[in-house]
Design a protein around this ligand. Structure first.
Ligand SMILES: *[C@@H]1O[C@H](CO)[C@@H](O)[C@H](O)[C@H]1NC(C)=O
Ligand SMILES: *[C@@H]1O[C@H](CO)[C@@H](O)[C@H](O)[C@H]1NC(C)=O
Ligand SMILES: *[C@@H]1O[C@H](CO)[C@@H](O)[C@H](O)[C@H]1NC(C)=O
Ligand SMILES: *[C@@H]1O[C@H](CO)[C@@H](O)[C@H](O)[C@H]1NC(C)=O
Ligand SMILES: *[C@@H]1O[C@H](CO)[C@@H](O)[C@H](O)[C@H]1NC(C)=O
Ligand SMILES: [Cu+2]
Length: 716
């Protein structure tokens, strides 16, 4: 997020939501027995009766049971864990604050060996809890009802903020008389205040001695888009454990609070001059995917497990593709998810320098992913999934409709060829491109991040991130560029009167545990294009390009920075699995429009987010290395990042490896980003290379007129 984070507003929203969620979604669940007490029944979205598929109404989740070793904890399991923790002797005097509580996934070998119908491996939870100002990581075994591991964290950093932390920070700020006075001096009524809680980052012992957070406030007078009305320069530092204001800095006295004019972005029905006709895709026979046992998605040649995670958001596991030649279901990726986000702002003011967010570890991408809006977030015929998460008191809650699945047809072509008539052939062969998308949208305070995992029938997976929402803006006395004395000193763009959109970056680092055909025997290969010169006597040409393959032996061989004039492809291959022609089966990561972090490596935010020092890293699989910025990200000092792990330079050849890819954006705001940003997207692909014997969609059928009866508009 760009900014921030969370607002008081959303806190209220969440709380209201928790309270009402059970009555909001009635308990009736007639036709979607789904992931309830039995695991054999499917929630199918393939409808033989042409009925339109509705979002699952099964929001109470009261009877759901896990059906797969990777299924998230159910409400019943979470309740049981809360009971176990409350009986645990070290927490006897008071229940700890729960900052994270999720499935402790079974060992990879156990998951790989498991088949439908087998008993599940033991269910365990991984818990991060704070008790007496100490962060504990605990393992809770649901079968034995015991806490089996309990470690007190001693390194740098604190757990992900809880909603209680955020609420408390805002409350102590609002109760502070000096703050109160500053607000009134700036001409803002206390009743119009809207406060957010940017994370503090870590900038040395002086200021951040303890768990602290910043609080900044806005005026919501006359607009819901308070983000555009900052009380510039008023920053409160709150000690989260002592629940106390430790510092108020008030530097923006000469800066007016920007007006609310033209900031409201909500829809108001008004005649558009020439509206587009409504559009939707037709699926007269319903969609072609199914969701079995609540989490297993089957579509075309793909099968994968999908779940919601409070921190990572959307998690794809066990992605497998069926080989049309052999009918074999072949492994591609064991697990893929967004591991961390890094969003540094480029302004040194007292109220800005610390804005260097790490949204997944500091706030959580799943917990901020609010319900998707049918027909607008996701098309008709989408299937919606909930997240089941845990509040600071250990109570489970449902995050409804936070993931959607749908088939996408956007008028694109999956392959084609036409033959010129002079060859004597009359050939026009074309196949339409239909894909399957799993989507989530996280609203981390002002910013919205849309995450898409798109599966294609040719074996390609496209991972896309879209940015929308509100800029994090800075107040300025200036209403026009002609009033700015030194334009080179500006740290952003004047996007409205008295409003500067500050320059910043977004980096999204993905954890991609590739298992090409097998968990072991994978290698990372850089296929470098090398220019050959000095061809005198050999060819009339002066230069040409040759490929040179380099297998990465250890982690440092796979620390990759992209270079336009020294290009390479990056393959994960299985050298023991050869095609008929002897090429190793592989997938390559195909970078999309990518930006790199240009900050100094020893700039504190860059040290904490050193996982953005390269665009690609490869590590040997290690089940504890999931979070690129470290498990304890909040105010971390960079001692547990992907960069630190990779420096160990472990062997990565012919073994189980994890690929890490960072998608980057530089963002120089412009007026069109005001008052809400049109979505900007970037993506990268995981694409088969010599994985299939030949084009896997050669046999795909074209679409004929008879396949798509058109509905006629009734007379208007
Ligand atoms: C936590 O630490 C703060 C000081 O940072 C102290 O004031 C407070 O009493 C401590 N709380 C507990 C429960 O130990
Ligand atoms: C804030 O200031 C106003 C005006 O001085 C006063 O009436 C109010 O009680 C104050 N509130 C707090 C929380 O200090
Ligand atoms: C594949 O990996 C396994 C496990 O590490 C190893 O025993 C086996 O020798 C490897 N096979 C080849 C062909 O390298
Ligand atoms: C090309 O040939 C010239 C003269 O033979 C030599 O000086 C130069 O190093 C060669 N360049 C490369 C890239 O081999
Ligand atoms: C696994 O990762 C943890 C955390 O980085 C590390 O302490 C441990 O040594 C690693 N294990 C191996 C075998 O590399
Ligand atoms: Cu941005």
């Amino acid at each position: 997020m760009e900014k921030t984070s969370f607002l008081y507003f959303s806190i209220i929203f969440f709380i209201v939501f928790f309270i009402f969620s059970s009555s909001f979604y009635p308990l009736s669940k007639p036709e979607f027995v789904g992931s309830s007490s039995r695991c054999t029944k499917l929630i199918s979205s393939i409808s033989e009766t042409n009925q339109v598929h509705k979002p699952t109404p099964d929001h109470d989740h009261k009877n759901s049971t896990p059906c797969h070793p990777l299924d998230p904890l159910t409400i019943q399991e979470i309740n049981k864990i809360r009971d176990i923790l409350s009986l645990y002797a070290p927490f006897a005097s008071s229940f700890p604050a729960i900052h994270s509580l999720s499935l402790d996934e079974p060992d990879k070998n156990q998951v790989l060996a498991w088949k439908k119908g087998d008993p599940l491996p033991p269910r365990k939870a991984f818990v991060v809890a704070v008790s007496n100002n100490k962060s504990h990581t605990l393992t809770v075994d649901l079968d034995s009802g015991q806490v089996t591991e309990d470690t007190v964290h001693t390194g740098s950093g604190y757990p992900t903020l809880s909603l209680d932390d955020i609420l408390a920070a805002v409350q102590v700020t609002l109760a502070d008389a000096d703050f109160n006075e500053s607000v009134i001096n700036r001409g803002v009524a206390l009743s119009d205040l809207q406060c957010i809680t940017p994370s503090a980052g870590w900038y040395g012992q002086d200021e951040e001695n303890g768990r602290v957070i910043k609080v900044q406030c806005f005026s919501n007078e006359g607009t819901p888009n308070f983000y555009m009305r900052p009380i510039e320069g008023l920053t409160v530092t709150v000690d989260l454990d002592r629940r106390k204001v430790v510092k108020i800095s008030s530097t923006g006295r000469g800066i007016p609070v920007p007006k609310g004019t033209n900031t409201d972005y909500r829809y108001h029905a008004a005649p558009e001059k020439k509206p587009l006709n409504p559009i939707s895709i037709e699926q007269p026979k319903g969609p072609s995917f199914s969701v079995e046992d609540g989490h297993i998605v089957k579509w075309a040649n793909w099968e994968f497990h999908i779940k919601a995670d409070q921190r990572a958001g959307l998690v794809i596991s066990r992605a497998m593709v069926r080989d049309s030649e052999t009918s074999e279901l072949r492994s591609v990726m064991y697990k893929g998810f967004s591991s961390e986000l890094f969003v540094p702002y480029m302004d040194l003011d007292e109220s800005w320098y610390f804005k260097t967010y790490m949204d997944a570890g500091e706030f959580g991408l799943g917990v901020t992913a609010l319900p998707l809006m049918p027909l607008n977030d996701c098309p008709r015929h989408s299937y919606y999934m909930d997240g089941v998460f845990v509040a600071a008191d250990g109570e489970p809650f449902v995050q409804p409709n936070m993931i959607c699945l749908f088939e996408r047809y956007a008028g694109d072509i999956s392959w084609r060829h036409s033959e010129l008539p002079l060859t004597g052939f009359q050939i026009r062969e074309v196949r339409p491109k239909v894909t399957l998308v799993a989507r989530m949208a996280a609203s981390v305070g002002n910013y919205d991040y849309i995450f898409d995992w798109e599966f294609q029938t040719d074996g390609l997976i496209r991972i896309k991130v879209g940015l929308s929402g509100m800029l994090m803006v800075k107040g300025t006395p200036h209403e026009n560029m002609n009033q700015v004395p030194d334009q080179d000193e500006m740290t952003g763009t004047l996007v409205s009167k008295n409003v500067i959109g500050v320059v910043h970056d977004h980096f999204i680092t993905f954890h991609l545990d590739m298992d090409i055909d097998d968990r072991a025997n994978n290698s990372f290969v850089e296929v470098n294009l090398v220019k050959e010169e000095n061809l005198t006597g050999k060819s009339p040409r002066k230069s040409y390009l040759k490929t040179k393959r380099r297998v990465a032996k250890t982690e440092k061989d796979a620390q990759i920075k992209f270079k336009l004039y020294d290009p390479s492809e990056f393959h994960v291959i299985n050298p023991s699995r050869r095609s008929h022609l002897g090429n190793p089966a592989g997938y390559k990561v195909v970078p999309g429009g990518t930006a790199a972090s240009l900050l100094d490596h020893d700039d504190p935010p860059q040290r904490r987010s050193a996982f953005t020092n390269n665009q690609i890293w490869v590590t040997p699989y290690n089940r504890t290395e999931q979070w690129a910025g470290g498990l304890f990200t909040y105010q971390s000092r960079g001692d547990d990042t992907l960069a630190v792990w990779s420096e160990r330079n472990r062997p990565i050849e012919n073994t189980d490896i994890v690929l890490w890819y960072t998608l980057g954006f530089h963002h120089i705001p412009c007026q069109e980003d005001f008052p809400v940003m049109p979505t900007v997207s970037s993506s990268f692909d995981l694409k088969p290379v010599n994985f299939f014997e030949s084009n896997p969609i050669l046999g795909a059928a074209p679409t004929f007129e008879k396949d798509l009866p058109t509905c006629k508009l009734t007379d208007s």
